[in-house]
Write a protein that binds this ligand. Structure first.
Ligand code: HSE
Length: 300
């Protein structure tokens, strides 16, 4: 009685849609192996790929905590499971690392118990995991990790999640500069009040991006992916952000921005070759300023 589940990395915000837009990539992602145990309760027997950074204590780990919330909600605290978590992506990277683990864990327990209800039922539990991981239960990583593709969080209260289409042949180049930007801190530096003028710019862009996704209009997607609210502040946490943006755009990117709360950045491209060119050049640039980088290229 065991299951093995993969859940993908995700790019939250998609530049202009702070806390309301996100999409999943093909790789990287995390894996959870879950087994039934005789004894009720949740244990974590193994975590790999985290350099010892994640708690093995089931009361503190986001995966086990969200699985416990789920078990409580269905009145099955009699169930015993053991969790192995295999991290296949960097932590604190802005790629929805905690979300991928949490979603994999929740999908594993649902499968193990033969619960055939809609996967969307898992969303509130995954959001609890986010709350534990960074102090805020946003859904723009967990929802795309759960559903795949592009997702809009139309509303948080009540929760209203809309899956969006996207053009075929849209590629994503991701670069993770090896510097630490904890989401908790990247949220604290954001302004609480915004100007009406900036709000108008921002909602025009969000509407433009969503329209572009429906219309398969990559130019419209590209020119809508501008953020006047969050990026001007958070870009300070990312080494050479504006230099990297210029390099990516000069190499033919459709758009460029921060992935989630950073430090990862991403570019949309129309083909794989451009995406690989961008990841290669940006990595080279980061290395030249003595910063390591991981890169990923994926379709959406
Ligand atoms: N929307 C969240 C934020 C995503 O930008 O803080 C965190 O990955």
């Amino acid at each position: 009685d065991s299951v093995h589940v993969f859940a993908p990395a995700t790019v939250a915000n998609v530049v202009c849609g702070f806390d309301v837009l996100g999409f999943a990539v093909n790789e990287p992602g995390d894996e959870v192996v879950m087994r039934r145990t005789e004894k009720p309760g949740i244990t974590i027997s193994k975590i790999t790929g985290d350099n010892g950074r994640l708690p093995m204590d089931a009361a503190k780990n986001t995966v086990s905590v969200s699985v416990e919330h789920y078990l409580k909600s269905i009145g099955r605290l009699d169930v015993g499971v053991d969790i192995e978590l295999h991290k296949k992506m960097p932590i604190g990277s802005g790629l929805g690392s905690s979300s991928a683990s949490t979603v994999a864990g929740l999908y594993a327990i649902k499968t193990l118990l033969g619960d055939n209800s809609e996967p969307s039922k898992l969303l509130p539990f995954a959001m609890k995991g986010e709350e534990l991981a960074c102090g805020h239960g946003h859904a723009d990583n967990v929802a795309p990790a759960l559903f795949g593709g592009f997702v809009l969080i139309r509303s948080y209260e009540p929760l209203d999640v809309v899956r969006l289409p996207h053009p075929k042949d849209l590629w994503c180049a991701i670069v993770f500069p090896d510097v630490d930007v904890p989401t908790r801190e990247a949220r604290q530096i954001i302004r609480n009040k915004i100007n009406m003028k900036d709000a108008v710019t921002q909602w025009g862009n969000i509407a433009g991006l969503v329209s572009g996704l429906f219309m398969q209009d990559i130019d419209l997607i590209g020119r809508s992916m501008q953020d006047v609210l969050v990026e001007p502040v958070r870009s300070m946490l990312i080494p050479d952000f504006y230099e990297m943006r210029k390099m990516a755009m000069d190499l033919g990117a459709v758009s460029f921005g921060i992935s989630g709360s950073g430090p990862s950045v991403f570019a949309f491209t129309r083909d794989e070759q451009t995406a690989r060119l961008i990841t290669g050049k940006l990595k080279q640039h980061l290395n030249s300023i003595k910063i390591g980088a991981n890169t990923y290229v994926s379709t959406i």
